[in-house]
Design a protein around this ligand. Structure first.
Ligand SMILES: Cc1cc2nc3c(=O)[nH]c(=O)nc-3n(C[C@H](O)[C@H](O)[C@H](O)COP(=O)(O)O)c2cc1C
Length: 327
């Protein structure tokens, strides 16, 4: 069947609520001449330093694709996905999607408008039994003992400090940070201070600490580590989920599952934030595989810290207008 542009706009707006690395929102969409939809990558939104192989970009496309599938299911439409061979180019085709009548409703879809990354400290307490359904997932290791969470908090700080020592990594990260609400892209993309749970004062401080020269000086004095430490926030988590997938799985598939798992957290009433550095940093990854028995042949994709976010109203998530996503 052939979708109208109006149909596509509604589906894409919903698909774009999916998580993406640094909120780069790299997925683009086009009505194909044969009535299907082309999913494309805006390669100018890659992170050459933080994601040199483009894996995180591909996981982000997978999440957006799953968002598109969930939006279609709500309208009774099934999506048939044909992944396209890797090509170069600034607007790179990723997959061709055929859309046909026939899908049933998906209960996770109700969580799409609720889910968001929560990076602050979690509310104390929390019902430990609430997370028990997650143990049914063969790709999720639930770490709920306080000593396990504390060990992961420590590994996260050590791995983050190693990563922050790379000047190019910091520059790239800062280029996606919107540290003041006066930033022209504050509501559009990237990581704004509100989404990072920073006050204006903290945001200004973070901008300063990450600056070339200043970071190195602070690091020599032994204070860069404590300044970028997230350990207190991580230790406030009720649990950490280690998300692992088959080593040879195409990252587009991984991204689909990444989003569904996160929507499962939302359905259980818990908020989450990924700690990708635990999977990206070789020393942290190796320590985690040994300490928490990640099965052989599996790749650690990320570690999510989970807990209850304090109740308060939050502004809309920064997102590009749908017109910019249809090309
Ligand atoms: C592959 C991938 C890796 C991510 N890694 C991190 C991370 O290490 N730390 C973090 O705070 N958020 C991480 N995120 C979450 C994104 O920053 C977040 O999805 C994006 O800012 C959009 O916000 P939202 O999730 O509230 O919609 C990651 C997301 C994806 C898809």
């Amino acid at each position: 069947m052939t979708l109208s542009r109006t149909d596509l706009m509604a589906l894409v707006a919903e698909a774009n609520l999916a998580p993406s690395v640094h909120n780069t929102q790299p997925s683009r969409w086009r009505l194909d001449h044969d009535g299907g939809v082309l999913l494309l990558e805006d390669s100018t939104r890659r992170l050459p330093v933080g994601d040199p192989l483009g894996r995180d970009a591909e996981v982000s496309h997978g999440a957006a694709l799953e968002g598109f599938v969930l939006a279609c299911a709500q309208k009774g439409l099934a999506v048939n996905v044909d992944q396209l061979p890797l090509q170069a180019g600034s607007l790179r085709p990723v997959a061709r999607l055929g859309v046909e009548p026939g899908a049933g409703q998906d209960p996770l879809r109700a969580q799409v408008s609720v889910r968001r990354t929560y990076r602050g400290a979690f509310a104390p307490g929390g019902d430990a039994g609430r997370l028990a359904p997650l143990t049914a997932n063969a790709d999720a290791i639930l770490v709920s003992r306080a000593d396990g969470v504390a060990r992961l908090a420590q590994l996260n700080d050590e791995a983050s400090l190693r990563t922050y020592r790379d000047k190019a990594f910091r520059a790239e990260l800062v280029s996606w940070m919107r540290l003041s609400s006066r930033h022209p892209r504050w509501a559009l993309d990237g990581l704004n201070a509100e989404a990072m749970e920073m006050s204006g004062f903290e945001a200004a401080g973070a901008g300063l600490v990450l600056k070339s020269g200043i970071f190195e000086t602070l690091d020599k004095a032994g204070v860069a580590g404590p300044l970028v430490s997230e350990a207190k926030v991580v230790r406030s988590a009720q649990a950490v989920v280690l998300f692992h997938r088959p080593e040879d799985e195409p990252p587009l598939e991984t991204g689909r599952r990444f989003y569904r798992l996160w929507l499962e957290f939302t359905a259980l009433g818990v908020a989450a934030a990924p700690m990708a550095v635990l999977a990206d940093d070789a020393a942290a990854r190796t320590a985690i595989a040994a300490a928490f028995s990640v099965p052989a042949g599996r790749r650690l994709i990320t570690a999510f810290r989970l807990g209850v976010a304090p109740a308060r109203s939050r502004p809309p998530k920064p997102r590009l207008p749908v017109e910019a996503l249809i090309v």
